[in-house]
Design a protein around this ligand. Structure first.
Ligand SMILES: *[C@@H]1O[C@H](CO)[C@@H](O)[C@H](O)[C@H]1NC(C)=O
Ligand SMILES: *[C@@H]1O[C@H](CO)[C@@H](O)[C@H](O)[C@H]1NC(C)=O
Ligand SMILES: *[C@@H]1O[C@H](CO)[C@@H](O)[C@H](O)[C@H]1NC(C)=O
Ligand SMILES: *[C@@H]1O[C@H](CO)[C@@H](O)[C@H](O)[C@H]1NC(C)=O
Length: 386
């Protein structure tokens, strides 16, 4: 024991001599301090090694600092995450309150940066003004859990919102700490921790739709779908973001024949623009049908379609008759849920359940998760990002 101590003394004494003569005595009588100096002795070597492991790959493979950051960060925690809920405002009834409590339970763990509403925020006829009691009964007092208190909402309008005073939903943004709808259609850039810019585009899809709800929306000139499309085209053209999420109330596709099988108007008018920028558009996220769904339709390479419309009441899902599958495919270019054909696009997930989606954004992938009103994970999908 004593011998080995002596051995190490010799080495460190030399070093100490080199460093600082005046501390020699103190060092000899304090083995702990000696150890510290020994670490110092090796540390330049370690630092050099570390620098080499960082700098060599940086220069030889032109690895960026953010990417390096990711290596050290590991993929254990997302850069940011967000929740998506739709078709909810029913004074807390029809499981709205239950879904809200599940959102609060998960918010504790997931810490979403924001919550997106896919529209039909207030049933049946939207709100009458920014002072409508619905704001309290169907929104503030329902999503009132402490874990949800400080999370901003970004909302789009649904067809039911257009039956009321839609400008009141814009105006409420200034009255509320968390409600955000700066205009009926708008976009927000979101920067990740490592400097990647994500773009969230919020559309007002009701003016595109040819039924009575659409008529109300179309009466307002400013809400013209033509104006919106040229705005969208300009936005996508000028944006340099490689990760774009497009949000609108109406779904383009569906795996259920109970509803409208997705809106054809959007497939005709909106889809061509999204297709043009499909390499940069990660997902089209909607509500309208009261279920949770994930579809990968034909011709929209790279764009996944999610339906998050389970904020309160749910719709039953209905399959086409067996002999109508081809008809279904011809109509909507997506095979019904459960039908597999390797060359054809598919419906990957659907659930007629009260619930919502959580999206977790990592450096090179997103994870989409569907949750029930009991905070139970129903579905998880990983998508690699370029
Ligand atoms: C719509 O709501 C806004 C904001 O509360 C209000 O100023 C406006 O008068 C309302 N419009 C109608 C037609 O009630
Ligand atoms: C909503 O509730 C808050 C707090 O109780 C109250 O101050 C506000 O006036 C209410 N708003 C409406 C529109 O009823
Ligand atoms: C909120 O208030 C600011 C300042 O008064 C105003 O410029 C802005 O247009 C308002 N926004 C909305 C959505 O009403
Ligand atoms: C953006 O618009 C310009 C001018 O119209 C066009 O030349 C360019 O190709 C567009 N960029 C993309 C990515 O579409």
């Amino acid at each position: 024991m004593v011998e080995s101590l002596e051995d190490s003394n010799e080495c460190s004494v030399k070093f100490v001599f080199y460093l600082k003569m005046s501390e020699e005595e103190q060092l000899l009588t304090n083995p702990y301090k000696r150890k510290k100096y020994k670490l110092l002795w090796y540390s330049p070597v370690l630092l050099l090694l570390l620098a080499v492991t960082i700098l060599v790959p940086m220069f030889s493979f032109s690895v960026s600092l953010p990417l390096l950051g990711r290596w050290f960060w590991f993929s254990s925690s997302p850069e940011f995450s967000f929740m998506v809920v739709g078709d909810w405002g029913r004074e807390g009834h029809h499981h709205q309150k239950r879904v809200a409590s599940a959102m609060a339970v998960l918010a504790r763990y997931v810490k979403p940066r924001f919550i997106i509403s896919t529209g039909d925020n207030f049933y049946e006829d939207g709100v009458a003004s920014a002072r409508d009691k619905q704001w309290n009964i169907s929104f503030e007092n329902v999503y009132s859990y402490r874990m949800l208190e400080n999370i901003p909402w970004y909302a789009v309008l649904g067809n039911h919102d257009h039956l009321g005073n839609y400008t009141a939903q814009v105006d409420y943004s200034n009255k509320s700490e968390r409600w955000n709808m700066p205009r009926p259609f708008f976009s927000i850039p979101v920067n990740s921790y490592f400097g990647e810019q994500y773009l969230f585009v919020f559309l007002d899809t009701t003016p595109f739709i040819k039924d009575s709800y659409g008529e109300v929306a179309r009466k307002n000139g400013k809400q013209s779908w033509r104006l919106q499309l040229s705005w969208l085209e300009k936005l996508l053209n000028s944006s340099s973001s490689r990760r774009i999420f497009v949000i609108g109330h109406h779904n383009m596709y569906s795996s259920s024949i109970a509803g409208e099988r997705g809106r054809e108007e959007l497939r005709i008018l909106l889809k061509p623009i999204l297709d043009k920028y499909s390499s940069r558009i990660t997902a089209y996220v909607s509500g309208h049908e009261h279920s949770l769904q994930h579809l990968q339709p034909y011709g929209v390479s790279g764009i996944d379609h999610f339906i998050s419309g389970g904020g309160s009441k749910t719709d039953n899902l209905k399959d086409p008759p067996k002999d109508a599958e081809q008809y279904w495919y011809d109509c909507c270019k997506v095979l019904p849920f459960g039908v597999q054909d390797k060359d054809k696009p598919r419906s990957l997930f659907r659930a007629s359940t009260h619930g919502f989606f959580i999206f977790k954004v990592y450096g090179n992938e997103i994870v989409a998760e569907a949750y029930s009103q009991k905070a139970k994970l129903l579905y998880q999908y990983h998508k690699s990002l370029r």
